[in-house]
Design a protein around this ligand. Sequence first.
Ligand code: BG6
Length: 480
Amino acid sequence: SFGNHVSIVVFGASGDLAKKKTFPALFGLFREGQLPSSVKIIGYARSEIDDADFKKRISAHFKGGDENKIQEFLKLTSYISGGYDSEESFTKLKESIESYEAENGVEKSERLFYLALPPSTFTTVASTLKKVVYDKNGTTRLIVEKPFGHDLESSRTLQKDLAPLFTEEELYRIDHYLGKEMVKNLLVLRFGNEMFNGVWNKDHIKSIQVSFKEAFGTQGRGGYFDSIGIVRDVMQNHLLQVLTLLTMDRPVSFDPEAVRDEKVKILKAFGELETDDILLGQYGKSEDGKEPGYLDDETVKSDSKCVTYAALGIQIHNERWEGVPIVLRAGKALDESKVEIRIQFKPVARGMFKEIQRNELVIRIQPDEAVYLKINSKIPGISTETSMTDLDLTYSTRYSKDFWIPEAYEALIRDCYLGNHSNFVRDDELDISWALFTPLLNYIESDKAPAPEIYPYGSKGPKGLRDFLKKHGYVFADEG
Ligand code: BG6
C-alpha cells in the first residue's frame, strides 16, 4: 500500500465532480486523519484561475472540520492550469511533483491521478500523462469515473485505448455505489450469518427487488441526461453492482480478485434482458403544477422519449436462482429519495394459521442505513393473534452519531491509496455489464419501444408499477 509522501493529482479540478465529490472527500479523509501522513495535492484543469480562487472554489463544499483544519488542508493543495494534451503544462505538473518528492527524499514515487473528467478526454489525458509524467520506477494509480463508454462498443474502444497506457493493476474504475457503507456490508451480512446464508436461494426466496428513488428531476442537467437515460445512468452500473453482490456465490476470501472473479461468474449466469419485461416512464409536471416536467427543461428536445423511470425484470440461470423473479427499478422525480433492497421469502405452510404474512428482509442503503427483517410474532398479552413486526438494525439508533462512516468517495479514494481493488470495477466485469445492457438500451432508444408512460413529478412512478411488481412475485402488505 501507499506509505509516505503521496502525490495526488486531480484532473478536471475546476469541474463539478471535483468540487462536489473529489475534494470534499480528500478533505474528509484529512479531517479524520486518514490521508497518508504526507501528501501533496495538485488540482489541474483548463480554467485559468489562480491558487486563491481555486482554494475558495474547492472549500465551498467541505463538510465538518473547523477553519484551522480547512486552512491546514488547503496548504497541502495547489493548482496548475493547462490543456489536457499540453506537454508543456504536463511538464510543469511533473516538475511540481518531482520537487515535492525531492524535498522529502522520496526514492520510490507514489502517485495517484484522479480523472474527474468526461470520458472523451480520458485517452488524451492518459497518453500525455504516460508520455510526460509517468515514473516507471514508482507506483502509479489512476482513478477513472463513469461513464466508461456509452455502450459495449464504445466501452471496448475506451478499454483498448487505455490498455497500452496503464495496466489493469494501475487502473481504478470508480462505481461510487461500491463505496457505500451498506453495499460494503452485503457480503458480510450474507456470508457471515448462517441464518441468511442458509436460505439465500430459490428454495426460500420468492422475489428480489433493488430500488433506487430520487425525489428530484434532472434540474437543468436535462441536456446531459437526455442522451443517457436512467438505465445507463444508474442501472447498468450502480444497481447491477448491488445485485451482483447480492446474488454471487461465496468468494474464497475477501481478496479483490477472489471477489471480482465471483462477480463475473454470476454476471455470466444472468439471462438476456427481455424487452417485453420492462416498464418505462418519464416524469411530467407535478400534480400541483409547481414542479416542471422533464420536457419543460429547455435543454431537452421537445419530443424526447428519454426514460427517467425504468423497472426491469431479470432472471439468473444457475442452480441458486433459477426461477426467482428479480426486479431492478430506478426513477427520478419521485415521492422520496431512497435506495433499498427487498427480499421476500416464500410463504410458510398455512396449516395452523388462518392467515400469515411472509418474511421480508429490507436492506436500506440510503438514507439512514438499516437492515430490518419483518417477522410474524404473537401480539403480546392475552391476544392469540399474530402480527408482523421488525427485527430492526437501524444505524442511527444502533450506533453513536460520532461514529465516522466514510462517504462513498472517501472510502474509495482511501481504498485506492491502500492499493485495494475490491471495490473497483474490473475490465471483464465492465465488459459483461455492457454486453448485458446494450441490446436493451438499443431497443429502448429505437422506434420499436413504446413511448414512456408519463408520471407526475413527486409521485410513486408509472401507474403500471404495482402490477409489474406483483407479476414479479412481490406481495404487498395489504394482500396478505
Ligand atoms: C450518479 C448519477 O452516478 O449517481 C446521478 O449520474 C445520480 O444521476 C447519482 O443522481 C446518485 O448517487 P447517490 O450517491 O446520490 O445515490
